[in-house]
Design a protein around this ligand. Structure first.
Ligand code: GDP
Ligand code: GDP
Length: 455
């Protein structure tokens, strides 16, 4: 068996308790083939060994969690996207602008064996104007002999080139030290507001579901303060809107209102925006078009919220367009397609007419409450004792895996660590989640269950 002290020691030792502040974002920018993806893979390093159970999640991401010297980072690989229409230089410039928008630090990767090209110079111009910290990476420095070529990149005028071989790992530790050193000293302003400040809401959804209409509706009928925090390089991207007598911070309203120019990379950009808004949000309102069948993109966005561990409200917009038949069909569609998010509060609204827009605040409150709720350890173990007695895990290979001890290692979202005497099958873990929800609520929040097997 395992006692509580030992369990907590393990949880702490492995960093399983929840770290609330979203990690700073490092964007990796550069021409094709300079080694961005190789570098990102190098930075990500070893894979997590614990088994995580986040139901209904599809992996489809452009941002990754990484860690260096005990500090968590979100690394965004911008290499996955390049339009062919606009021409290489314009495409890279666009990529750089986008990265600068999102990032706290930019890693600008140059191929040291090629040297600085015109395109590199153009990117430098954009980076310099942004005021964001930039770490210059001289990649493909596989040996000492190539190091001289890296030195030539001082000519770009954005500081010290860091010689690296992304392929072999040479110099990558020093590079990451430089990235940490370049991070802004202060936490980003939106993080300072975590305790007691306005709750942070991301309005998400595929194009044309009505995000900007809803935002306009809310802003028109309520007091709005554009957040313009002095002393940061971030654009004033958020708005504070007063709803139900309280102030709420709507994340990246600039991004919602700004129509994006590019077509080819639109999906990629939308994904990036969604991910970066989620990094900063506590709760996401995912808008879907009630008049149309759910699309893959709707489901993907909902999955991204779950995977990011944020609380979730689903808003069926354009309710004014529904006829009886559609309304009837809708309920079944929701049951079938949103099974993995059936715990999310739903509101049926019309951003156009304002119908039920006032239901948003109670739904947000419900989701945030579930997100932050905690079950005392004693109560939790009582629950598991009863559950295991009534519904033991099926016997496998003559053995019966048991839950030895359980504790809630974190909130926002609720995160449970189960110490077990063997591998719990997926079906059983889902059963556990379902029972946990029945017993303790957790409306509006994903819950994470991590299993630690004691041999
Ligand atoms: P991206 O387009 O910028 O993402 O570049 P990739 O990561 O796909 O790399 C392009 C090519 O450069 C691949 O063939 C890599 O194996 C190679 N490459 C990347 N990093 C290094 C390096 O440090 N040294 C050498 N010799 N080759 C590298
Ligand atoms: P966004 O791309 O998600 O920001 O969507 P928009 O807010 O730009 O809305 C796209 C289109 O849907 C516009 O023509 C809106 O007028 C329309 N629209 C948005 N909300 C509603 C609604 O509740 N009812 C109806 N009938 N139309 C809506």
């Amino acid at each position: 068996d395992i006692d509580e002290a030992t369990a907590l020691e393990i949880i702490e030792g492995e960093g399983l308790e929840h770290d609330q502040a979203p990690p700073p974002v490092v964007a990796v920018v550069g021409r094709p083939n300079v080694g961005k993806s190789t570098l990102v893979n190098r930075i990500l390093g070893r894979r997590e060994a614990v088994v995580e159970d986040v139901p209904g999640v599809t992996r489809d991401r452009v941002a990754y969690d990484a860690e260096w010297s005990g500090r968590r980072l979100t690394v965004v690989d911008t290499g996955g996207w390049l339009p062919d229409a606009a021409g290489l230089a314009a495409a890279i410039a666009e990529q750089a602008r986008m990265a600068v928008d999102l990032a706290d630090v930019v890693m600008f990767v140059v191929d040291a064996t090629v040297g600085a090209t015109d395109v590199d110079e153009a990117v430098v111009e954009i980076l310099r104007r942004s005021g964001k910290p930039v770490v210059l990476v001289a990649n493909k420095v596989d040996d000492a002999a190539t190091e001289l070529e890296a030195t030539a990149l001082w000519s770009l005028g954005i500081g010290e080139p860091h010689p690296v071989s992304a392929l072999h790992g040479r110099g990558s530790g020093d590079l990451l030290d430089a990235v940490l050193a370049a991070l802004p000293q202060q936490a980003p302003p939106q993080l300072l507001a975590v305790e007691g400040g306005p709750r942070r809401v991301a309005l998400l959804g595929r194009p044309n579901v009505g995000k900007s209409s809803l935002l306009n509706k809310l802003a028109r009928e309520n007091r709005v303060v554009v957040d313009d925090v002095a002393g940061t390089t971030r654009d004033p991207v958020d708005e504070l809107i007063e709803l139900g007598g309280r102030s709420w911070r709507f994340i990246d309203t600039a991004g919602i209102r700004r129509r994006h120019r590019e077509n080819q990379g639109a999906d990629f950009y939308a994904t990036l925006r969604t991910q970066s808004a989620l990094e900063r949000a506590e709760v996401a309102v995912v808008l879907v078009d009630a008049g149309q069948p759910l699309t893959e993109q709707d489901l993907r966005i909902i999955s991204m919220v779950i995977e990011a561990g944020r609380s979730l409200v689903i808003a069926y917009n354009k309710w004014d367009l529904l006829d009886e038949e559609r309304r009837h069909y809708l309920e079944r569609e929701i049951d079938r397609q949103l099974y993995h998010a059936r715990w999310a509060p739903r509101v049926n609204i019309s951003a156009l007419t304002g119908r039920h827009v006032d239901k948003l605040v109670p739904a947000l409150d419900t989701a945030l409450e579930g997100w932050g709720s905690r079950v005392p350890t004693a109560k939790l173990n009582q629950f598991f004792a009863e559950l295991v007695a009534a519904h033991p895990h099926p016997i496998r290979g003559g053995k019966q895996p048991r839950v030895l001890f359980a504790t809630q290692a974190g909130v926002r979202p609720p995160r449970f660590v189960l110490f077990t005497s063997g591998f719990l099958e997926e079906g059983y873990r889902r059963f556990i989640e379902r029972r946990l929800r029945e017993e303790f609520g957790f409306a509006g929040t994903p819950i994470e269950i991590t299993m630690k097997i004691r041999e």
